[in-house]
Write a protein that binds this ligand. Structure first.
Ligand SMILES: Nc1ncnc2c1ncn2[C@@H]1O[C@H](COP(=O)(O)OP(=O)(O)OP(=O)(O)O)[C@@H](O)[C@H]1O
Ligand SMILES: Nc1ncnc2c1ncn2[C@@H]1O[C@H](COP(=O)(O)OP(=O)(O)OP(=O)(O)O)[C@@H](O)[C@H]1O
Ligand SMILES: [Mg+2]
Ligand SMILES: [Mg+2]
Lengths: 154, 167, 154, 167
């Protein structure tokens, strides 16, 4: 399991960098396996450098930059793991318009190889969906699901 | 494989019976604050075997049952079922095999019951079915509301465990 | 200090309920001082019931409902405390359009008695501002502040 | 009272000198992800005496100094100053009294230095000035990014302490 994972990690690292550069329009994202005293101590470190910025401690990234980095890492890991499905609840909440458009395009492409179910308030994201469900309250406290025409939500 | 159909009955705010059919590709779920979008994610987690109170955003199992509204009485029971479908190779034009996972909570049962294609099974059987459908452990990535930055904020050891769960 | 605070808490409770009902369009929000074994154990409990819904454990509220409840509580406490200033960093991120409009109207009204500095991506919020600053990167890694005309951001 | 003018020099992403004048009422700060909006909140916290690494989103004090860009060299020092203004009663049409708080970090100083109207002071003097301007403790409400739901998620005891800090 340890060897499998460090092999997989190299693949995730490569894919993470590709997706990071795609979502940020440049820069660099890397994963590193940090050896511990034992297999249990091993950890995965992340280096995320937006384009033109100096490499920094992840906590210094802005809220939107952290979201985008998280998305790149999760999509990369899913691809390498061959996960058949992802359910993403409002992962685009902190993204500005430019980043949101890039995320929506990536999600659409990702959904050609795996199933994606995405809860969102953002128009660019919902426009990419093949199936759009609207959830509303038919009366307070009682949810209902309806098919939605995109024009109602823009 | 993909999730083909989700059925909910008295699960959280979904009083009564409700059905959703997902795209094999990209499905978006939209709606006002508090309408029930995240509750759908909770339903998926729960039917796939998750029992964590914090991930399900409850304090007791009874919180999963519809608490009532003006015109629909509260329920003591909750039920979710999920049909999984194999993506067909299309040679004969038919659909691939399918399987339906179900979970039901009722106070009399003292906990929740699991079902596989209608037959009562144990949690181990659900895990076995998930393995055969490549859904074992957390191979499916469920990112809850507000959690997307978590993988960036985690400690290296936690992140390794999280990523490994996908394999 | 203990007596002062439990007196103030009654005022915050009243104002919290008013602001909760205004932001949610109904329902009820209450604060309760829970007695502890000592003054140190005392705590403040919150009850938040959106209109038409049954009272629930706060963790069951949706993301947007939790944001709105937090905003009502913070504004109420600031008013009763007479705090001269509030800086709010993207508190409106999780709000849908209807809740966002009510928040923006409340923020504008609140800013007549105290200073409000609000970081936001949302148009309805920025439209209420008397002064609008745009922060951009003049080059990667280097921030700059510019005055903004609202038309550039919509 | 209100914050009239914020001056930054080499503070985080604000390389070089920058100035903002806030409305006595409602000021909105907008801009793309990573442009520096939250850094302005960090500057306000820091100049008002906050030293918490987690609230300032740093690991060491040196992280506060501008790390450089293509055309502007990195800096080892950082400086923020904030002018507070009393809201005038308007009788004579003049502005109320003002006071300028400053804070400067430089590696040689081994920490940060505080200034009040240009004169070097200790942190206690800053606290005293804040008291006289009704800004003592956390009487100003600073809600950081992602923190608005915190007051709802806190335990009752933590919430009491948080609310009390406003008084
Ligand atoms: N057992 C239950 N019975 C009835 N209503 C419930 C039950 N459990 C939770 N709810 C309610 O379901 C509502 C919807 O919650 P949910 O988190 O799904 O909203 P959401 O659509 O994700 O909203 P947001 O956009 O704010 O994230 C909440 O108001 C909550 O009080
Ligand atoms: N000392 C420093 N020198 C240069 N850049 C820095 C420094 N400290 C932080 N930064 C950078 O400042 C940038 C802006 O951060 P900030 O959190 O203010 O963005 P923001 O405008 O709030 O974005 P968002 O909308 O995503 O919340 C980050 O990319 C961060 O890497
Ligand atoms: Mg939600
Ligand atoms: Mg920010």
């Amino acid at each position: 399991a340890g060897a499998l994972f460090s092999q997989a990690l190299q693949g995730i690292d490569r894919r993470f960098n590709e997706l990071f550069r795609r979502l940020f329009g440049g820069g660099e994202g890397r994963l590193m396996l940090t050896e511990g005293l034992s297999l249990w101590d091993a950890g995965v470190e992340v280096m995320a450098r937006p384009p033109g910025k100096t490499p920094q401690h992840l906590g210094q990234l802005s809220g939107g930059e952290q979201s985008l980095t998280g998305i790149a890492l999760l999509f990369a890991a899913m691809e390498v793991a061959g996960a058949p499905l992802a359910v993403l609840d409002e992962v685009d909440a902190a993204l500005d318009e430019a980043n949101l458009k890039r995320f929506a395009a990536l999600a659409e492409e990702c959904a050609r190889t795996r199933q994606l179910i995405v809860m969102t308030h953002r128009r660019y994201t919902m426009e990419r969906a093949q199936v759009l469900y609207g959830v509303t309250m038919s009366e307070p406290g009682l949810s209902q699901v309806v098919g939605v025409r995109l024009e109602d939500w823009t | 494989m993909f999730l083909e159909r989700l059925f909910l009955k008295n699960f959280k705010s979904f009083g009564g019976s409700h059905e959703l059919r997902f795209a094999p590709g990209f499905t978006a779920v939209v709606g006002p604050n508090g309408s029930g979008k995240s509750n759908l994610l909770d339903a998926l987690r729960w039917v796939l075997g998750d029992g964590s109170a914090s991930r399900l955003r409850i304090t007791r199992l009874g919180d999963l049952a519809f608490q009532g509204s003006a015109s629909l009485a509260r329920s003591t029971e909750a039920e979710v079922s999920l049909r999984l479908r194999e993506i067909s190779d299309g040679i004969e034009g038919g659909r691939g095999r399918s399987c339906t996972l179900g979970r039901r909570f009722s106070p009399e049962d003292g906990g929740s019951l699991f079902f596989l294609d209608g037959a009562r099974v144990r949690l181990q059987d659900v895990d076995e079915a998930k393995r055969s459908w490549r859904l074992e452990g957390d191979r499916f990535a469920f990112i809850g509301q507000g959690e997307v930055a978590e993988v960036v904020q985690q400690r290296p050891r936690e992140r390794r465990v999280h990523l490994e769960s996908l394999f």
